[in-house]
Design a protein. Structure first.
Length: 229
């Protein structure tokens, strides 16, 4: 009962709602975009994408019980290609974007912006402690498809691509990722652990909000109000 209540609380958290309704997503859907702008999006997204399997691996290593290890391991198995490295998410990402004319340097060779570096560092720190790490995991999975779809929208608009294998694999696998993440927060937690897990998810959403804040500032023209007549 506590787990279901926690799931509902996390899904309806104002920070999660702020993240999935970030103005960045509306701007990539509505405003003019260049390939250079989208290349910047791709290069920054690479960093958390590349680190996520490491985060999952570290989280499995600190989980004290078999139940969360099993749930996390299924997500990791899919992230790494289900036994086929060609289906690993970072490989599908690189192959999808380079096939559309983005360079490998754009996709996986860009230096992280400060907020990107802080985001990855936060995942690394969270993976050292199971309750905090589960908060990061759950918070990621209940927002991931919205973020992936936003990047996919930008790519489609500048390339005309109808099919993006990297987006397709998320659409295929994300429902199970959410199920597995739900399993990890449905375990028996003390009230203190529930508070810590919720706090961790909030911290993660704040880091992602900062990521998109900085990305928006980096690639979109500054909006100015009309001069007074």
């Amino acid at each position: 009962m506590l787990g279901r209540k926690l799931e509902d609380t996390l899904k309806n958290d104002p920070l999660r709602m702020k993240l999935i309704s970030h103005p960045f997503f509306a701007r990539v859907a509505q405003e003019s975009l260049t390939r250079g702008q989208v290349g910047t999006f791709l290069g920054q997204w690479w960093h958390p994408l590349h680190y996520f399997p490491v985060f999952l691996s570290r989280l499995i290593s600190v989980a004290p019980r078999i139940e969360p290890k099993t749930s996390i391991a299924k997500i990791l198995y899919q992230e790494l290609g289900e036994g086929d490295a060609r289906r690993a998410h970072e490989v599908v990402y690189t192959d999808t974007m380079t096939a559309l004319g983005f360079t490998r340097a754009e996709v996986s060779g860009a230096a992280p912006l400060p907020a990107t570096a802080r985001l990855v560092a936060a995942y690394a720190e969270a993976s050292a402690e199971i309750v905090f790490g589960l908060g990061f995991l759950y918070g990621t999975e209940v927002a991931d498809l919205t973020m992936v779809s936003g990047i996919g929208t930008a790519v489609r608009r500048v390339t005309g691509a109808e099919r993006l294998p990297w987006v397709d694999i998320h659409v295929e696998q994300e429902p199970e990722h959410v199920v597995r993440a739900n399993e990890t927060v449905a375990l028996d937690f003390s009230e203190a652990e529930v508070q810590a897990l919720h706090s961790a998810a909030g911290s993660m959403w704040l880091h992602w909000i900062a990521f998109f804040d900085e990305l928006e500032r980096a690639v979109f023209p500054v909006r100015t109000s009309s001069a007074a007549s």
